[in-house]
Design a protein around this ligand. Structure first.
Ligand code: ADP
Ligand code: MG
Length: 260
């Protein structure tokens, strides 16, 4: 296995779906045969453990950053097949020492093909340190102007840090060009490539309520299909989306062209 890639999921602001995508992209990548480790670095609003439905693992990211534990003891294997290191959200743990972060991520890369790092929102010093510790960045945004502006700031920061941006994921997309930024506008704003549109989908909330990733709980949901396509893109493998999903999108595009 050797050296894996560490991909940081970043966004200008919180609540855009970073943690949801970290979990579901991770499970989708695992389904394509990748050994995946998820690392929670969102210390002030850490909820990767909640999304995984298994947050009682005693050793957290902060313990490792403080040299109180080895990275291996913080990593656990989740029933969905991915490995994970989750952060504590106890108040006295929220400001960890980040100087060790690059080492911790390097160590998780040793026995993973892909490490997905759930980053804190914003572009402050903490985020900068997390961004510096990963190899590549995936920017997550909503299809709104304000979220796009925040995404553009993150891309700018990535340029300053000379970190490659894989692309942008537009999440909670509703296919409503009158109320949303379209792909071209988002690409102009962020100066990055839109890799994926993940639709607004009730499967996301339903599966979160059941503490299950939607890619495995509702594998035929539109959000799951788009997440799998993105995972295939990242892993460089082929993915044939179910034919009914292609048909549905075809019809939608015809409708859009007629109404323009
Ligand atoms: P972040 O980690 O960026 O703060 P979360 O992953 O916690 O964001 O997601 C915020 C909320 O948005 C959650 O309640 C989640 O269920 C919801 N959400 C995320 N993506 C979608 C989607 N594609 N469709 C519907 N709801 C979504
Ligand atoms: Mg989050």
């Amino acid at each position: 296995m050797g050296q894996g890639r560490a991909i940081g999921l970043v966004s200008g602001k919180g609540g855009v779906g970073k943690t949801t995508l970290t979990v579901n992209l991770g499970v989708a990548l695992k389904d394509f045969g990748q050994e995946v480790t998820l690392v929670d670095t969102d210390f002030s609003a850490s909820n990767l453990g909640v999304h995984l439905g298994q947050y009682e693992h005693p050793v957290k990211t902060q313990h490792v950053l403080r040299n109180q534990a080895e990275p291996e003891s913080a990593v656990f294997r989740h029933p969905e097949g991915v490995k994970a290191m989750v952060a504590s959200n106890e108040l006295n743990q929220v400001e960890p020492e980040l100087t060790e972060l690059a080492k911790v991520i390097a160590s998780t890369k040793e026995d993973s093909d892909i490490v997905l790092v759930d980053c804190p929102p914003g572009i402050d010093h903490t985020v900068e340190q997390v961004m510096s510790a990963v190899d590549e960045l995936l920017v997550v945004t909503l299809p709104t102007q304000s979220s796009g502006i925040n995404a553009a700031q993150v891309v700018e920061k990535a340029k300053q840090l000379r970190k490659p941006v894989l692309g942008t994921v537009v999440n909670r997309h509703e296919d409503n060009p009158e109320n949303e930024l379209v792909e071209r506008e988002m690409e102009m704003m962020t100066e990055s490539h839109v890799m994926s549109h993940i639709p607004e989908d009730s499967a996301v909330k339903e599966s979160l309520f059941d503490n299950k990733p939607f890619v495995s709980a509702q594998p035929l949901s539109p959000a799951a299909i788009q997440t799998k396509k993105l995972a295939a893109d990242i892993a460089g493998v082929n993915y044939e989306e179910p034919s009914f999903a292609r048909l549905k999108r075809g019809f939608r595009q015809i409708k859009e062209n007629i109404t323009r």
